[in-house]
Design a protein around this ligand. Structure first.
Ligand SMILES: [Zn+2]
Length: 465
């Protein structure tokens, strides 16, 4: 972006920060860089942004051309790569008359969610299943600069073996239907293919073969097909942090498990993470390079669905009214009793332990929220996800890498984004507080740079001010 454009932008936004300017560039002077690659922070650095890219990084003492008008300061602040939410349903679907999700996006609510994500420092999202035409339209609106938002990498409708298509799902009851749907989505221009929980292995295999033939990678939200089977079949990515398949339970307990949401507590009580089935699964996934976004916050809001932290979360204002209305009609756990929730709280550490086992086993983890599922607030929830990954025992340095560079690797975009390095796109967060002191400091965002453009946040967004 040129200097004029930057000045115009700052003028439009009303309060020019004292950003050091040089001809056609933006300089972040005397900052601490957290590179997103897992290296320790480096103090007293200068970052020069030109034409949307990071064009130079040097130390303050080596910087040739100290900006003359550097009255202010980002001095002492922390700069990290923009966050990547690997599971953000940005194509917001209203409810239809029958109380199910409609199959057309609400454009205003979708735009509101995209703007909120940027405010919370999310500069790239993976949109994991949405009506195909709408998903591609929304991706284009952002790419062309018509709608402000994070860069979108999108799936189309998720392939499932349901009797009818609805909301973000398309019914593919036969192998022929799968091949036809994959071909159609590829023609329309999706970035990858999403397969859903009721597909058996022979269906998942055909979907993978068809997608790969069209040059598309496949992500699975799986249950009927185990993660072990899907990995052997060549799947590329897994969404959500636990394989809720009976196969992983001891043989004598499999018949007691029906795969419902409540049953997941039984699954967690009976699964043995150090047993051969899970060990083999993790090893296979690590060797095959299958990546996982655990979406811990999507589970936490279920197992702790009685928690005032979610039910009366002041941050809910960041969700559009349409989304809050859907939440008010009932979460997935609205039939749970107090006893069910106590059981949920008791098994929660198992969810974290499995994430830690995947991490320790060398599976590439990414960070995703599954917004806007009930109480999973756009933007806010990804910062909660980072906290939960840290709670699982993952060091803060790696949590930040998971939420930035790993996401870019998983999307195949690591040449362009995901780290603070020369040549990368200038998608950056400027933080006032050090996230290594407290991972919650990822919310202390002073400003966001997206594609080299400064996005100033409203001060009221900020709980630290
Ligand atoms: Zn989802």
């Amino acid at each position: 972006m040129g200097r004029l454009a930057l000045i115009l932008l700052l003028t439009v936004l009303g309060c020019a920060p004292d950003v050091p300017l040089c001809d056609d560039c933006l300089v972040l002077y005397d900052v601490t860089i957290i590179d997103g690659l897992g290296k320790p922070p480096v103090e007293h650095q200068v970052i020069v942004i030109r034409d949307g890219l990071i064009s130079e990084i040097s130390t303050v003492s080596d910087f040739e051309d100290p900006p003359s008008n550097s009255a202010m300061d980002v001095a002492g602040m922390f700069v990290m790569p923009g966050l990547i939410d690997m599971h953000a349903h940005v194509t917001i679907l209203p409810m239809n008359e029958e109380g199910g999700l409609a199959s057309n996006m609400d454009r205003a609510a979708s735009e509101a969610v995209l703007a909120t994500l940027l405010d919370f420092g999310i500069t790239t999202v993976r949109n994991p299943a949405a009506p195909t035409v709408d998903a591609i339209e929304l991706r284009g609106l952002v790419a062309e600069g018509i709608v402000a938002g994070p860069q979108i990498v999108t799936a189309g409708s998720a392939l499932n073996r349901t009797s009818a298509s609805f909301g973000p799902f398309v019914s593919t009851p036969t192998l022929e239907a799968i091949r036809a749907e994959v071909a159609q989505q590829a023609t329309l221009g999706v970035d990858y293919l999403k397969v859903y929980s009721s597909l058996p292995p022979e269906f998942v295999l055909v979907a993978i073969e068809a997608a790969h033939n069209h040059g598309l990678e496949v992500i699975g939200h799986l249950q009927r097909t185990t993660w072990t089977e899907a990995t052997r079949l060549g799947i590329d990515h897994i969404a959500h942090g636990a394989p809720w398949s009976a196969y992983y339970l001891p043989e004598d307990r499999r018949a007691n498990y029906n795969g419902t949401l409540k049953d997941r507590m039984f699954w967690l009580e009976n699964v043995d993470f150090s047993g051969p089935a899970i060990r083999e699964m993790i090893q296979l996934m690590a060797v095959s390079g299958v990546t996982v976004d655990p979406t811990l916050v999507a589970y936490r809001t279920k197992f702790y669905g009685d928690d005032p932290h979610y039910l009366s979360n002041a941050d809910s204002v960041f969700a559009p009214p349409l989304v809050r209305d859907i939440w008010a009609r009932g979460a997935f756990t609205s039939d749970w009793s107090a006893d069910d929730y106590s059981q949920g709280h008791a098994v929660w550490p198992q969810v974290l332990d499995l994430t830690k086992a995947l991490y320790d086993g060398g599976v590439l983890l990414t960070a995703g929220s599954d917004t806007p599922n009930p109480w999973v607030i756009p933007g806010v929830s990804l910062h909660e996800e980072l906290q939960l990954l840290h709670d699982a025992g993952i060091p803060a340095m790696d949590v930040l890498r998971i939420a930035t560079y790993n996401g870019a690797v998983s999307l195949g975009l690591d040449e362009r984004l995901g780290s603070v390095e020369v040549g990368k796109e200038a998608d950056l967060l400027v933080l006032r507080a050090n996230p290594f002191d407290d991972i919650a400091n990822t919310r202390s965002i002073d400003w966001v740079v997206s594609d080299g453009q400064v996005i100033l946040r409203e001060p009221w967004l900020d709980p630290f001010k």
